[in-house]
Design a binder for this molecule. Sequence first.
Ligand code: NAD
Length: 281
Amino acid sequence: MAKLLDGKIVSKEILDNLADEILFLDKKPCLAVIIVGEDPASKIYVNLKKKKALELGINSIVIEMPSNIAPAQLLNKIDELNKDEKVNGILVQLPLPKHINKDLVLEKICPTKDVDCFHPYNIGKIATGNKPYVYPCTPKGIIRLLEYYDIKLEGKNVVIVGRSNIVGRPLSQMMLNENATVTVCHSRTKKLSEITKQADILVSAAGKSGLIKKDMVKEGAVVVDVGMNRNENGKLCGDVDFEEVETIASYITPVPGGVGPMTICSLMVNTYDLFNLQNRI
Ligand code: NAD
């Protein structure tokens, strides 16, 4: 039976240490989050981030903008936050309304305040094997979780299902930088199971419940489930058929309680790291 990669335990340990460090600061780190429109899921995510920041002693500013806002107004707001010395990290909650060019918005964030690591400067650093100011939250959380359980990446066959800019693409480059041999699969990949079966470490970030079955996993593989889906009963579930796959994997992340807590943990650590960068501690 697989051992659990427990994101709740690992993130708690990291965040308890972070809270101790923040406690002794005269000036506190500050995270600014912009939310455009009324998307209920986005509102839940933004509230979670705000709550976690406040628990840790990180100041949190939430800027709510109407869905019909002119793109220039949003860009001006980012400019204002870029110049505001009290703000250390800026996050624009995605998705944005269709009339707003997401790429222009993400490029407007100053790379030294790019707490989600979406700016081409930071992503380009990773793609060229260099260090960005901070790493993207979900990939960073996954790598931290593996490190905690002493699961090495060097020389391993890693298969990642999903090539989004949030998870699959940056994770593939970060794992390559850690000397893993990385294969990225996506919705046009043929014979997916033949590829996933080669994985020492299998990461699924497709957003499709029940996608990864036991017969797609090599015996003893480490399985990381990034998916956050709702099943037919409305229950939160991942991409991996947990009951089946835990009988064959060596380690597996639960959903919830695996990658999710690690993502928010990375966001808090990133805010603190950018605070230190800007204050040259
Ligand atoms: P996305 O829709 O942007 O990308 C999904 C990727 O999966 C695409 O590259 C697509 O080609 C691939 N894909 C889809 N169906 C496939 C299939 N049948 N076979 C192979 N590849 C397939 O999604 P995203 O933003 O990367 O998120 C993916 C999932 O991860 C979602 O469930 C999302 O909610 C979740 N997520 C979780 C966290 C977390 O912290 N736990 C963070 C980010 C995303």
